[in-house]
Design a protein around this ligand. Structure first.
Ligand code: SAM
Length: 387
């Protein structure tokens, strides 16, 4: 059995079966050199495979978030404690075995440093409006080139871990704890606030490769911001049409860079932009159209990985969805009666919207909250803009 002695009693609870009888799951918890415990694939996984789904052991509805200060951690700790105290003893033991990062001014021996509060702070994830502690998720280490991703499904109340790329049996599963578009020094200082120095594949590159990786991440960050700004301009706008060939080229280069750099968290955004600007090309041909639809499908595939209900979730919370998200939800889909991977239900469109067919004349009036949806000859959404 791979588990260190003091974890043996608790690990079977994390996996809901005895650890040492060989896992029926596609994952196992064992030691990860230099990182404590980690979660490893026990069989080959394909991109999009669901690895596990987990409900939170503790779900805290936090007090209001204060800009620049965050949540009142004392109050969050108090609420977590109230839920913890009601749990069965064996679940409490599993939670108390999780990793805890004590800040430099806290001592493990200080009776005032509530260990549960430290564990909750070190392991919890945001789930929409709440903060959840998930015992299996808590064992997944960070990588700046993660191979897995996670999604919260508010209908099932579970967090899903999925393969972000093909993963070989034996590989450690990793997710990202932070945004990944900073250079190594920036990522390290952010991760230091979580109490560790990252030893992932990207952070241990030799000097020349590390410089190339930093350069690529800088380019990706800049290209995402430029292209997303350009994508928010109305299609048909002269300035945008003139720039279309350059923007399409840049968006495809961006997609190539995120793949080369191994940043699956950014695939959906990059493919989405490649779709938007290939749809935009002048003299948009049969070949160009097929290509643009291909990008749009890839963007949708990656955006909804781990949560096929993503659009339903958002439609249900319509009032709270930022209007800019409509682009992500609709691009590359057809409008229809019911949601599925390729169709968005027309009933769930915002109150003020227009569906615009190729060549259809439109009025020039401006409505701040109106969503304009451009569809192509095949009724596929290729652009969304406001006005
Ligand atoms: C949420 S826990 C992950 C599971 C943890 N390894 C355990 O044994 O329970 C986060 C802690 O894992 C370790 N860790 C996670 N990712 C790491 C990385 N990329 N490099 C070094 N240590 C890492 C750090 O000690 C960090 O404080």
């Amino acid at each position: 059995c791979d588990a260190p002695a003091h974890y043996r009693n608790n690990l079977h609870l994390l996996q809901q079966e005895p650890l040492c009888e060989g896992p029926a799951e596609s994952w196992v918890i064992k030691e990860s050199p230099g990182k404590g415990l980690g979660v490893f694939a026990t069989r080959d996984l394909d991109v999009g495979d669901i690895i596990f789904q987990e409900a939170p052991a503790i779900l805290v509805h936090p007090p209001p978030f204060v800009q620049g200060m965050g949540y009142d951690t004392i109050e969050v700790g108090r609420r977590a404690r109230a839920i913890f105290d009601e749990l069965p003893r064996e679940e409490q033991d599993v939670i108390m075995s999780l990793a805890a990062y004590y800040k430099p001014d806290e001592s493990i021996h200080d009776p005032n440093a509530d260990r549960l509060k430290v564990i909750f702070r070190s392991n919890a994830y945001n789930t929409g409006k709440d903060i959840g502690l998930f015992v299996k998720f808590s064992r997944i280490n960070h990588s700046c080139r993660p191979n897995a991703g996670y999604a919260w499904n508010h209908r099932t109340g579970k967090r899903t871990l999925y393969a972000h790329r093909n993963i070989a049996a034996g590989e450690e599963l990793s997710v990202s704890y932070i945004g990944l578009l900073s250079i190594k020094a920036g990522r390290q200082s952010r991760l230091n606030t979580y109490g560790f120095t990252c030893s992932c594949e990207a952070c241990t590159l030799a000097d020349a490769e590390r410089k190339a990786s930093d350069r690529r991440r800088r380019n990706i960050k800049e290209a995402l911001s430029d292209l997303e700004r350009a994508a928010s301009e109305p299609t048909g706008d002269k300035k945008r049409s003139k720039r279309a060939p350059r923007l399409a080229k840049e968006a495809m280069k961006l997609s190539q860079h995120v793949e080369e750099e191994g940043l699956p968290d950014y695939y959906a955004r990059a493919y989405h932009l490649a779709a938007v600007f290939t749809f935009d090309l002048p003299g948009f041909s049969e070949i160009g159209g097929r290509r643009a639809r291909g990008w749009a499908k890839m963007a949708n595939f990656h955006r909804t990985l781990g949560n096929p209900d993503a659009d339903l979730d958002e439609a249900e919370r319509k009032g709270t969805v930022p209007i800019g998200n409509w682009m992500h939800k609709l691009l590359g889909k057809k409008l229809g009666d019911r949601h599925n991977a390729f169709i968005f239900a027309q009933n769930d469109l915002p109150k003020h919207h227009r569906i615009i067919h190729p060549g259809q004349p439109i009025t020039e009036d401006y409505w701040e909250d109106r969503v304009n949806i451009d569809v192509d000859d095949e009724e596929l959404v290729h652009n969304v803009w406001f006005g």
